[in-house]
Design a protein around this ligand. Structure first.
Ligand code: SER
Length: 602
C-alpha cells in the first residue's frame, strides 16, 4: 500500500465515523504561546488543537481527524537510525468531549486490522501497552478491559509515565495513553514483559499508534485536576505505518524516502545508509520549513533550518557526494508531496527555494575552510585546550556546527573531551531557551502580559476597530497596538482627525456589543480563505497558512467583529463589562496618515 493510500484510508475511515477532516496546519506554531506551549514547530497533530482540548469550542465539531505536518528536532542526533526523522506526518483522530476509551480503542484496532477499510495488519503481530499508574492517576484498567475484547491479555503490557503519559507541556491537558506496537520481524509471537521490552529496544517492534485519554489538567508539570471534558488524542506516524505496510524494517526504505535515497546513492562515491538518511530527511525538512515561511537565521526557527542544512552538507561531504544534487533532491520532495502540500508552487517559486538552500550550502563551504584553518592553528599550539565554550563560540560566531568541529578535530588528530561536548550542548540549549523566550515576547502581539483586564481590553479593541471601520470606512486598518492594564493604545490608517462625534459612535458600538453579552468564538481557517472573506486583518504575511479568526457575535447571529488574531481574548463579553464602560480618551496623529487612539475601561 502506498503512503498516500494509507493517509487517505485513515482519513476516510474516520470521516465515515463522523469526524471532520482538518487540513494540516502550518509547521510554524501559532502566535499564541499559550496554545502551543511555545515550541518552535508543530511537533504533534494535537498541537494546533490545544485550545480546543482545553475546552474551547471547535467550529468543525467534537470529532476531528487530520494528517499533520510535524517537525521534531529533539532527536536530531538519532536521525539515521531506523525510525527517527525530523519531518514526519502524524495521522490523528480526536474526540473533544465526545467518545472516549471504548470507541477510541475499538476504532484503532479496527483500522489496524480491517482489510476492507483499514490496513489489514495481522492481529498476531500486534501488542499494546497501557499506563501502569502513579500517585496521581490510577492504572488504566478500563483500557485493559476494552483491549481484552481484541487481544489476549498477555500481549498487554504496563508502562509508567515515561512512556504512557502524554502532555503537550507543563501547563496543558494531559492523560494516560495506550500504545500499539507491531512486530517487524513476524517471528516474535507471544512475549513475556521482559521479552517485549527487549524486542522494542532491538527495534524488532515499532510503535505505530498512540491513543491518549486526555482527561487531566496539568500545571507546572503536576496533575491538578480533571478537564471539564474528557478528550481523546491519537497519533500515528505515517512514516512508521508506511514502513510496516511496505514490509521494510526502516522508514527510509518506504516510498516516502526511496526516491531521495536512490538519487543520493547514484551520486555518492562512498555511500553509507546513515548519512544518506540524514541528507534525505534534512533536505525534506528544509523544503517544508522554507515553504512555511522560515527564514535562515542565527536564532529560533531560522537557526534550526541553518543547522539542518549544515548537517545535510556535512553528510553529503562524508559520502563524497556533491552538493550540486541538492536542487534535484528539492524537486523530488516537492513532486512527492505536490498534491497535498505544494499544489500551488510553481517553477519560479521552486527556483527561489533552491537558491535559498544553495546559498546556505555555499556559506558552509566557506565556513569549513575557515574551520580547517582554526583547527590547524590549534594543532600547532601545544597549550591549546578545547572547552565547551570554545565549541559553542565556533557554532555561534563562525557557524561551525559541533559535528563538523568534531570531524575536523579528528582529521587533525585533536581530541575533544566528552565534557567539552556536553558543555557545548548545554550552552546551546541555554541559548535556544533564551531566544525562544524572546520569540514568545514578540508573539504576545502588543499585549504587555496575559491578564483578565488585558484580555478584556484586547477584545474591546477588536470591537473598536470594527466600529471605526463602520464609521470611517474600510480603508481603516490596524497599524499597531499596545495594551497594558491601564489602557489600549491603537494606531490605524486614516488621513485626518477623527471628530468626537464619530468617536462617540464608535464607543457606543463597542458598549452596545458588550451589553448584548455577545460571545467570542475562535476558528482555525485557511489563510487564503480568510483573506478572501469578511475577515479583517493586517500583517497577513506574518501568519502561517492556517490562521486563527476571532468572531464576536450575539445569539441572533449578528456579527460585531471578525478579525485575524493570535489571541488571547475573553470568552464572553460580560468579562469586559465587569471592568466598566469602554471610553476613548484620546485621538491624535501618530505619523503621516496614521492616527492614534487611547481607550480605557472604567
Ligand atoms: N499527542 C500524542 C502523540 O504525539 C498522540 O497524538 O503521540
Amino acid at each position: 500500500m502506498t503512503s498516500s493510500e494509507i493517509r487517505s484510508r485513515f482519513l476516510a475511515f474516520f470521516e465515515k465515523r463522523g469526524h471532520a477532516i482538518l487540513p494540516s496546519a502550518s509547521l510554524i506554531t501559532t502566535d499564541d504561546p499559550k496554545a502551543t506551549n511555545a515550541t518552535l514547530f508543530n511537533t504533534a497533530g494535537m498541537q494546533p488543537l490545544v485550545p480546543f482540548l482545553m475546552g474551547e469550542t471547535h467550529p468543525e465539531g467534537s470529532r476531528l481527524a487530520s494528517s499533520q505536518k510535524c517537525v521534531r528536532t529533539g532527536d536530531l542526533e538519532e536521525v539515521g537510525d531506523n525510525t527517527h526523522a525530523t519531518f514526519f506526518e502524524m495521522l490523528g483522530n480526536w474526540s473533544l468531549g465526545d467518545y472516549f476509551k471504548e470507541d477510541a480503542i475499538a476504532w484503532s484496532w479496527e483500522f489496524l486490522t480491517s482489510h476492507d477499510e483499514g490496513l489489514g495488519l495481522d492481529p498476531n503481530r500486534l501488542y499494546v501497552t497501557v499506563f501502569a499508574g502513579n500517585d496521581a492517576v490510577p492504572r488504566d484498567d478500563e483500557a485493559v478491559a476494552i483491549w481484552k475484547q481484541f487481544i489476549p491479555e498477555h500481549r498487554i503490557y504496563y508502562r509508567d509515565s515515561k512512556d504512557n503519559w502524554w502532555t503537550a507541556g507543563p501547563n496543558s491537558p494531559a492523560g494516560p495513553s495506550t500504545e500499539m506496537f507491531y512486530d517487524l520481524t513476524g517471528t516474535l509471537g507471544d512475549l513475556s514483559p521482559e521479552g517485549f521490552e527487549q524486542a522494542d529496544e532491538e527495534q524488532k517492534l515499532v510503535e505505530i499508534w498512540n491513543d491518549v485519554f486526555m482527561a487531566y489538567r496539568q500545571e507546572g508539570g503536576e496533575v491538578v485536576g480533571e478537564l471539564p471534558k474528557k478528550n481523546v488524542d491519537t497519533g500515528a506516524g505515517l512514516e512508521r505505518v508506511t514502513a510496516v505496510m511496505q514490509g521494510t524494517t526502516n522508514i527510509f526504505d518506504t516510498d516516502l524516502y526511496r526516491p531521495l535515497i536512490e538519487m543520493i546513492k547514484e551520486h555518492a562515491s562512498t555511500y553509507n545508509d546513515t548519512d544518506a538518511r540524514i541528507v534525505a530527511d534534512h533536505i525534506k525538512t528544509a523544503v517544508f520549513l522554507i515553504n512555511d515561511g522560515v527564514v535562515i537565521s542565527n536564532t529560533g526557527r531560522g537557526y534550526v533550518l541553518r543547522r539542518i542544512l549544515r548537517r545535510a552538507y556535512h553528510s553529503l561531504e562524508s559520502m563524497g557526494c556533491s552538493e550540486k544534487i541538492v536542487p534535484q533532491l528539492i524537486h523530488i520532495v516537492i513532486d512527492m508531496y505536490r498534491e497535498l502540500y505544494f499544489k500551488d508552487v510553481n517553477e519560479k517559486q521552486i527556483a527561489i527555494k533552491v537558491k535559498i538552500v544553495a546559498t546556505e550550502m555555499d556559506k558552509i563551504i566557506k565556513i569549513i575552510k575557515r574551520g580547517v584553518a582554526i583547527f590547524k592553528k590549534i594543532k600547532d599550539d601545544p597549550r591549546a585546550t578545547i572547552t565547551g565554550q570554545f565549541l559553542m563560540d565556533l557554532e555561534q560566531t563562525h557557524g561551525l556546527p559541533l559535528a563538523i568541529s568534531q570531524k575536523l578535530a579528528a582529521q587533525f588528530g585533536i581530541t575533544i573531551s566528552e565534557e567539552a561536548i556536553k558543555d557545548c550542548e548545554r550552552l546551546r540549549e541555554e541559548h535556544q531557551a533564551l531566544s525562544r523566550k524572546g520569540a514568545e515576547q514578540k508573539f504576545k502581539g502588543g499585549l504587555e502580559k496575559d491578564t483578565e483586564k488585558i484580555r478584556a481590553l484586547h477584545t474591546a479593541t477588536h470591537l473598536m476597530l470594527a466600529g471605526l471601520r463602520k464609521e470611517l470606512g474600510p480603508d481603516v486598518h490596524q497599524k499597531g497596538s499596545n495594551i497594558t492594564e491601564e489602557r489600549s493604545r491603537f494606531d490605524f490608517t486614516y488621513g485626518e482627525k477623527v471628530e468626537r462625534e464619530a468617536l462617540d459612535k464608535v464607543e457606543a458600538y463597542v458598549n452596545d456589543a458588550i451589553a448584548t453579552n455577545a460571545k467570542m468564538g475562535v476558528q482555525m481557517m485557511d489563510k487564503d480563505e480568510a483573506k478572501n472573506s469578511d475577515v479583517v486583518g493586517s500583517f497577513w504575511e506574518k501568519y502561517p497558512d492556517t490562521v486563527k479568526v476571532w468572531t464576536i457575535s450575539d445569539k441572533a447571529g449578528n456579527i460585531y467583529s471578525r478579525e485575524l488574531c493570535g489571541g488571547p481574548h475573553v470568552n464572553e463579553l460580560s468579562e469586559i463589562a465587569k471592568f466598566g464602560t469602554f471610553k476613548i480618551t484620546k485621538e491624535e496623529s501618530s505619523s503621516a496618515g496614521v492616527r492614534r487612539i487611547k481607550a480605557i475601561l472604567e
